[in-house]
Design a protein around this ligand. Structure first.
Ligand SMILES: [Zn+2]
Ligand SMILES: [Zn+2]
Length: 222
């Protein structure tokens, strides 16, 4: 735990201003909610992970899955995650959900990679549902499951990174949202009723929740 209550207190003790990286690290690790999530909440969740994996019948023996099986299942997992996450995230933006739970994730109006898992413990729990639903519907091999979890985390970090890299997946995968898309969601903040989807852009397009984003993009292009 970082032994300072505020950034100012840390600056006085260190005798200098914190660097931007130190400020981000302070925000991330000194917040009680985040520490509560990682120290108190996640260990019990890890205890139930093994029986859960057995229950949804993820296999761990030989033969290993083919490339086709891995890619097909990953596509399903991303689509299921995106759709389910869209609706849960949209629900979290109702008055109660936002004030009690989701406001913590929105403390970052211009997110950085660290902001991806920065959320209330209840949000971490409930957003586990979209992550596990795909593997529960189309169970595969443990290798595919690990790959899925790694790719989902990398995608979330990239989406919150604040960088629109020229090699970003958004440039190559159709309907992929990326950092620019999710940045707008954080930029608009608590009142945001826009850009709810976690990975792709088509849910927001279909349900009409990307109008503000498209309007702003058009303005900036002019
Ligand atoms: Zn949100
Ligand atoms: Zn976010």
């Amino acid at each position: 735990m970082i032994p300072y209550a505020t950034v100012e207190e840390a600056s006085v003790t260190l005798g200098r201003n914190l660097t931007s990286f130190e400020t981000v690290w302070f925000d991330y690790s000194a917040t009680k909610e985040v520490m509560k999530t990682f120290l108190v909440f996640l260990p019990p969740v890890q205890l139930v992970s093994y029986p859960l994996i057995q229950m949804i019948e993820i296999r761990s023996g030989l033969p290993l899955p083919s490339c086709f099986e891995i890619i097909a299942q990953l596509v399903v997992y991303f689509l299921v995650e995106d759709y389910t996450n869209y609706w849960i995230h949209r629900l979290l933006h109702c008055k109660w959900g936002y004030e009690k739970i989701h406001r913590i994730h929105h403390e970052y109006t211009t997110p950085v990679g660290y902001a991806a898992p920065y959320a209330h413990w209840a949000e971490v729990l409930v957003l586990g549902i979209p992550t596990l639903l795909g593997p529960a519907i189309a169970p595969g091999h443990m290798v595919t499951f690990w790959l899925w979890l790694a790719l989902r985390q990398i995608e979330a970090i990239e989406t919150h990174s604040g960088y629109d890299f020229p090699w970003s997946l958004a440039k190559y995968i159709p309907f992929y949202g990326g950092a620019e898309f999710h940045d707008y969601h954080h930029y608009v903040g608590g009142k945001s009723q826009s850009n709810f989807a976690s990975v792709f852009t088509y849910c927001d397009y279909i349900y009409g929740t990307d109008k503000g984003y498209r309007f702003q993009k058009k303005l900036l292009q002019q």
